[in-house]
Design a binder for this molecule. Structure first.
Ligand code: 9UX
Length: 65
């Protein structure tokens, strides 16, 4: 299962924003751990890490890995 770590989330609204952004990129079954920043997801076709970085950045968070 692909995974990215997102820095800067501090509430459930942040989780929702990140989840919706990931879904817009085509991610499915997005599971966000608010405490660790771990974002797990499945994908039908590979999603570009650069696209993820850019989209997450745009909503005010940072992909750290
Ligand atoms: Mo509330 Mo989460 O401002 O960023 S949406 S902490």
């Amino acid at each position: 299962m692909p995974e990215v770590t997102v820095k800067g989330m501090s509430c459930q609204h942040c989780v929702k924003s990140v989840t919706e952004t990931m879904e817009k990129l085509g991610a499915k079954d997005v599971a966000v751990d608010l405490l660790t920043g771990d974002v797990k997801y499945t994908e039908d076709a590979p999603i570009s890490p650069e696209d993820i970085k850019e989209a997450i950045d745009k909503i005010g968070f940072e992909v750290v890995r």
